[in-house]
Design a binder for this molecule. Structure first.
Ligand code: ADP
Ligand code: MG
Length: 298
């Protein structure tokens, strides 16, 4: 386990009769690109509002870096939660100088963040002449100014054209590769699939799934197996490097195989070990299918 960045513990928020966030618990570790995935109205923005201390929860707790919320820790968190307020008649550079003043960071940081966000060439243009994608990149540059440990995004690609979407996604990945932990709310499955390492799925404010993206969304081969003596089979599978994980499901075993290793390969191997399977079935991408169904039914 890595260092815990954020713990959300049984958080709830009601708006009148609506349960916007309902007993939500989740954990974000250092280096995660953590997706909060759910359809519109599932409580993503409210959750981000709470952890940014903009919205008060009705009950529950959250801890940043293991501590109750504090002004000092809040400075380590950058947020890009809506199209930000910049001065339209000032340039990108002038806008960032104002933000640097507010955040009390030296101007020398500005060039670096403009470079990362890839808007250096337009830094002298007035903000009002920027495309939506450039405005979004300037907002990211502004958030990076304070050298945050964590960056929070809410629907970062909403309203962007296809190239703008690719640019922003690549930029988020680039920032994550520099060691900044990312928390990102999105209603787009493919967005989470493309950029996140971990995901929590929300439905009506409830956490209905949490896990690694590669475990649910990536292509992987799962096989169901059974023999007379499953305990012996487990022993063999545990020692097999090509097997990623094994779980018991009733009187069957479900094994996840490493890429390039098939159910047929496994059967051959087991046969050589003197094990005759009474059941073998491949469940390719069943989890992904299951996951998509889950989302479609929300
Ligand atoms: N300020 C508010 N007043 C009343 N209801 C709200 C308010 N903010 C959000 N809601 C409701 O809470 C639910 C969750 O909203 P939200 O967190 O914005 O979801 P998401 O970001 O996943 O689309 C929705 O039903 C929404 O209508
Ligand atoms: Mg929202």
């Amino acid at each position: 386990m890595g260092e815990t960045i954020l713990t959300v513990d049984n958080l709830s928020k009601r708006f009148g009769r609506i349960r916007a966030v309902d007993n939500l618990t989740m954990h974000v570790e250092k280096g995660n690109v953590f997706g909060i995935l759910g359809p519109n109205g599932s409580g993503k923005t409210t959750t981000l509002g709470i952890i940014l201390s903009i919205i008060n929860p009705n009950s529950g707790f959250f801890y940043w870096f293991g501590n109750p919320p504090s002004k000092n820790d809040r400075k380590r968190i950058g947020a890009i939660v809506e199209v930000p307020v910049f001065y339209p008649y000032l340039s990108g550079l002038q806008n960032l100088k104002i933000i640097a003043d507010i955040k009390e960071v030296p101007y020398k940081n500005i060039d670096r963040v403009l470079e990362i966000a890839n808007i250096s060439d337009r830094k002298k243009s007035k903000f009002r002449t920027y495309s939506l994608g450039m405005k979004q990149r300037l907002a990211i540059a502004a958030a990076l100014l304070g050298n945050p440990d964590v960056l929070i995004f809410d629907e970062p690609t909403n309203g962007l054209d296809p190239q703008g979407i690719v640019d922003i996604r690549n930029l988020i990945i680039k920032i994550a590769n520099q060691g900044i932990t990312i928390i990102l709310a999105s209603h787009l499955l493919d967005e989470v699939q493309k950029i996140c390492t971990h995901v929590t799925v929300l439905d009506k404010g409830k956490n209905i799934y949490s896990g690694k993206v590669e475990d649910v969304l990536m292509d992987s081969v799962w096989v169901e197996l059974a023999t007379e003596n499953n305990d012996e089979l487990i022993m063999i599978l545990q020692n097999l490097e090509k097997v990623e994980s094994i779980e018991k499901e009733g009187n069957k075993l479900v094994a996840r195989l490493k890429e390039g290793f098939t159910g047929k390969d496994l059967n051959e191997y087991l046969f050589q070990q003197g094990i005759i399977l009474s059941h073998l079935a491949t469940r390719r991408k069943t989890l992904e299918k299951h996951f998509l169904e889950l989302l479609e039914n929300l």
